[in-house]
Design a protein around this ligand. Structure first.
Ligand code: SF4
Length: 368
């Protein structure tokens, strides 16, 4: 639905900002908190439904503000159950989220930017270049849309969120922080910080800020063990080389049992050798961490090839023998353009898009 540009999108506001917004309309602070709880309740799309707010206040809201949401999406379901959503933003940019249902959890991979400026050579989003940062509302609306889609299919609840979709989340720091605030706020989307992971290619100063301002988990896209190699596949390494990155990981404030997740994509003939595994073990020695080994996705172009299962297992064994916790992450959704950026890189096809309906509100008594 189109709104006059001067209308405030309430999905862009954290609780504190919402309080200030209602105060600017002459309302007491608690109305802001009340409003927040309504905005994030499934099935609420209009101020009319907020039955315990005074009619006059609701009328003022509908003349000054709106609550954005994604109304359409191109949805592709993989044979292995992964579901990819492509959303078109108001300026025509297309972004993606991927739902990964598993036995014990439902994880949503969220985008933080349209395109990405980091230019990692193995990544399709990187090859698209940077378009723009997502607003807080555009980040949050991915979660709301998929939550509602799942509710209508009795698929249970989203349990985990990973900022591993399009973009470098720490390069959109302020909106990331506001999103995390709304995601973890009880009256907002009520996720535990422990179930949120932010992945970075290695923006060292922002990693420190993230660690001091939130309790979310950190993941590092590592992918190489020496600077020469990492410079080539991840240009950010020229600015923050490995020694600096790993030192920032050592300093990252974590609870006792919390671990940094290192993502290491194995590329045949590039970084899948015994020597690389041994060097990786040396590099991460003493860092409280887990390691995820991934095979390059088939959507990543011809430049890099899958290392093969055997080489991945051998790589894993070397690290395990050194005492590391190492997973081999299955590539999900290979049959549905699931590589990050693959769907967004294609032309938006309106005919392929579905309407996203919202579930019925659970109750309308206004109890909070
Ligand atoms: Fe950007 Fe991440 Fe892709 Fe690198 S891997 S280009 S940081 S989206």
């Amino acid at each position: 639905m189109n709104h006059p540009p001067e209308f405030t999108d309430l999905k862009n506001l954290t609780q504190d900002q919402l309080v200030r917004f209602v105060e600017s309309l002459g309302q007491p602070a608690f109305r802001g908190r009340q409003l927040l709880a309504w905005i994030y309740r499934p099935g609420i799309t209009s101020f009319e439904q907020m039955t315990d707010l005074a009619k006059k206040f609701r009328a003022v809201l509908s003349q000054t503000a709106h609550m954005s949401r994604f109304e359409r999406a191109i949805i592709q379901t993989s044979r292995d159950g992964a579901v990819k959503f492509a959303f078109r933003l108001t300026d025509g940019q297309v972004i993606e989220s991927v739902l990964i249902p598993e036995e014990d959890r439902n994880t949503l991979c969220v985008s933080s930017q349209a395109g990405c400026a980091m230019g990692c050579s193995f990544c399709l989003t990187g090859q698209m270049g940077f378009r723009r940062n997502l607003t807080t509302a555009e980040i949050i609306n991915q979660v709301c849309a998929v939550r509602d889609w799942m509710l209508q299919r009795n698929m249970g609840q989203l349990s985990n969120l990973v900022f591993m979709g399009m973009g470098e989340p720490l390069a959109n720091f302020d909106n990331l922080m506001d999103s995390i605030s709304l995601l973890t706020e009880q009256r907002g989307l009520d996720f535990s910080s422990r179930r949120i992971t932010v992945s970075t290619c290695g923006l060292v100063p922002q990693m420190h800020q993230l660690g001091t301002q939130t309790k979310v988990n950190l993941a590092i896209s590592l992918h190489a063990v020496d600077d020469r190699e990492r410079d080539q596949i991840m240009p950010i390494n020229k600015k923050y080389p490995l020694a600096e990155l790993i030192e920032a990981c050592r300093q990252y404030p974590q609870k006792k049992r919390q671990r940094i997740m290192f993502e290491f994509t194995l590329l045949r003939g590039v970084n899948d050798s015994r020597e690389t595994a041994e060097e990786l073990a040396r590099l991460l020695s003493g860092v409280p961490c887990k390691i995820n080994l991934l095979a390059v996705n088939s959507g990543g172009g011809d430049a890099f090839q899958h290392p093969g299962r055997e080489r991945m297992l051998a790589f894993q064994k070397i690290l395990r023998d050194q005492g590391f916790t190492v997973f081999i992450r299955q590539s999900r959704g290979d049959d549905i353009s699931a590589a990050c950026g693959q769907l967004a890189g294609q032309e938006w096809c309106e005919d392929a898009a579905e309407s996203l309906t919202v579930p019925e509100p659970a109750s309308s008594d206004g109890s909070l």
